[in-house]
Write a protein that binds this ligand. Structure first.
Ligand SMILES: [Zn+2]
Length: 153
């Protein structure tokens, strides 16, 4: 399942990417390009807005009711829009949504802080924006988060 999140849902977009979901974050105010992109790419629209311009029966629009960003991911799970781990987690760039590629450890040297380089074994790079990722603290944090979400908390 692929998503497009409106400008109110930046944090949710990042978390969905962390879970591996292909998620476009649309920052514009005008909803027409958002709907157009959703139709072209078969994306489910995630929005906080109650009014959406032109609607067709094939448009899939999920209105997020929770206004706390920390609870919006749980809302998607509780409403069974997504289920955890149907996509490989940590496979996408959190910033630009591109699939990451694994790189050799040597390639990460100088591109991450030294202590990270010495601590970590596996590194990944975004082919689009060149950010380097590693199996680090944000992943541990998110893994714990996933565990809690599995237990409905
Ligand atoms: Zn990127």
């Amino acid at each position: 399942m692929k998503f497009i999140a409106d400008r109110m849902l930046g944090k949710l977009a990042r978390e969905l990417r962390m879970l591996g979901y292909d998620t476009v974050y649309y920052r514009g105010e005008n909803t027409y390009p958002l709907i157009k992109l959703a139709r072209e790419e078969g994306r489910v629209i995630l929005t906080r807005s109650t009014q959406f311009g032109s609607k067709r029966p094939e448009d899939r629009i999920v209105r997020i009711t929770e206004d706390k960003p920390s609870l919006q991911l749980r809302e998607l799970i509780q409403r069974k829009i997504i289920s955890l781990l149907e996509e490989p987690p940590f496979s996408r760039c959190l910033v630009c949504n591109t699939l990451l590629i694994e790189i050799r450890r040597e390639e990460a040297e100088g591109k991450v802080p030294d202590f990270i380089f010495y601590q970590q074994r596996e590194f990944f790079r975004c082919p689009q924006c060149a950010r380097v990722y590693w199996q680090g603290s944000h992943q541990d944090h998110m893994k714990k988060r996933i565990e809690r979400l599995k237990n409905g908390r």
